[in-house]
Design a protein around this ligand. Structure first.
Ligand SMILES: O=P(O)(O)O[C@H]1O[C@H](CO)[C@@H](O)[C@H]1O
Ligand SMILES: [Mn+2]
Ligand SMILES: [Mn+2]
Length: 399
């Protein structure tokens, strides 16, 4: 009997995927470009533990070249790169596919950059949420739009609606002036009104502060996702009386489906401390599933290369701590849900390969090649937990 600890470094892509061109992302490489930037700064990325677990080799499998400036070491884990089958490069699709359920249908999108939302929908929202009006109604970066419209929002009481290349409806509002609970209520209503539009997520984006110079988003972000289209590994494990401990955003991403315990935490240290406490308590037959959101939200979307690099170095330092909390049969998995290259144009995700780095006492080191789908991880977990196989994905050989 085993336990698996799956850490999703949200947005940590390792090179443009075979179908990246379709997304305008040919040449994107979140990891490779961060490494290149740091080499140019004469401060090469210091990630000895990720390197030991096979990150450099997985990136080379994906791109054909080694990331710049990083010293190679002997690899002690199994490593692969995986392409995505799902139609979109969004967070729910990436996570569901990792758990064995790629998204084969097309999401609805609000593609217009301005006046993005249909008028009929906006009218319904205003009426059912008893709003005076709304601001935004465009594609935007969440931190920029609160700078631009936050003060007007406080004066008018109208929430800020925006979207992106993802299938999302995002609502920013001030935690105190508008009220956090009221924002959540509005999001829940919008979630229901979006039914005919096939939209993946509504995201509540609360913020605090008094003026454009000091508005700040808080950890009270909440995602209202639709249910995964089919049962995932989480459901299968739960059926077999296994435990699924979801840390951070994971429970929201699966709309609670298949989760037996949800632990909320924020920040890299907060999320990894919560993961460690789960590792201390969890019995056999448990999946501990953690999403590390800051890579994406604070650095990828903000196109903050140096911030992303430092977060990677901080994460690397955590790895020996996590490894020392592992039991002999535990398997640790490091992966990602899509890319978000901080050197790329715009502020959206990038279509990339993700790393699959598997380690633990029973894992034999070495390459596991290029995988066609993130769902190979789901199939691997099914085998590890002795569950019936998923419809998609090929299990990765551990030993
Ligand atoms: O710019 P912010 O608000 O961080 O939003 C980003 O986060 C959302 C979820 O990943 C994406 O749709 C993108 O728009
Ligand atoms: Mn994501
Ligand atoms: Mn994102």
């Amino acid at each position: 009997m085993s336990r698996a600890i799956v850490l999703v470094l949200d947005s940590f892509g390792i090179g443009s995927a075979p179908d990246a061109k379709k997304f305008g992302d040919d040449g994107a490489d979140t990891f490779g470009h961060i490494a290149e930037y740091r080499q140019q700064q004469n401060a090469p990325l210091n990630i000895p533990n990720l390197t030991r677990l096979g990150l450099l080799e997985a990136h080379k499998e994906a791109t054909g070249v080694y990331a710049k400036g990083i010293n190679k070491t002997e690899v002690s884990g199994a490593y692969a790169c995986a392409a995505e089958l799902s139609s979109g490069k969004d967070t729910p699709s990436g996570h569901w596919e990792l758990m064995g359920v790629p998204v084969h249908f097309e999401w609805g999108y609000f593609r217009d950059k301005e006046n993005s939302f249909p008028e009929a929908l906006l009218a319904q929202i205003v009426e059912s949420c008893e709003l005076k009006g709304y601001l935004g109604n465009c594609h935007a970066s969440g931190t920029e739009i609160i700078k631009q419209m936050g003060e007007q929002h406080i004066r008018s009481g109208s929430p800020i609606f925006y979207t992106s290349a993802d299938s999302v409806f995002q609502i920013a509002a001030h935690e105190e002036y508008f009220g956090l609970e009221r924002l959540y209520q509005v999001c829940a209503k919008v979630r229901a009104l979006l039914e005919p539009y096939n939209i993946g997520r509504v995201i509540a984006r609360p913020f605090i502060g008094e003026s454009a110079n000091n508005f700040e988003r808080t950890a009270n972000r909440k995602d209202y996702s639709v249910l995964p289209p089919k049962p995932t590994v989480l459901d299968k494990l739960q059926e077999k009386r296994g435990e699924v401990i979801a840390v951070g955003k994971i429970s929201d991403i699966f709309a609670g489906q298949g989760v037996t315990q949800s632990v909320k935490a924020s920040g890299l240290d907060g999320l990894l401390n919560a993961t460690l406490s789960a590792m201390e308590k969890a019995s056999d037959n448990t999946l501990i599933f953690t999403n590390l959101v800051d890579f994406d939200t604070l650095y990828g979307h903000r196109r903050n290369i140096q911030g992303y690099a430092e977060e990677l170095e901080a994460f690397d330092q955590w790895l020996p701590v996590i490894e020392s909390a592992m039991k002999p049969d535990d398997v640790l998995v490091l992966t990602a849900d899509h890319g978000c290259d901080p050197t790329w144009e715009g502020t959206d995700h990038t279509r990339e390969y993700v790393p699959l780095l598997l380690s633990g006492q029973k894992v034999i080191a070495g390459s596991r090649g290029k995988r066609n789908s993130f769902a190979d991880l789901g199939q691997t977990l099914c085998r590890l937990f002795d569950l019936p196989p998923m419809e998609e994905g090929e299990a990765i050989q551990l030993s």
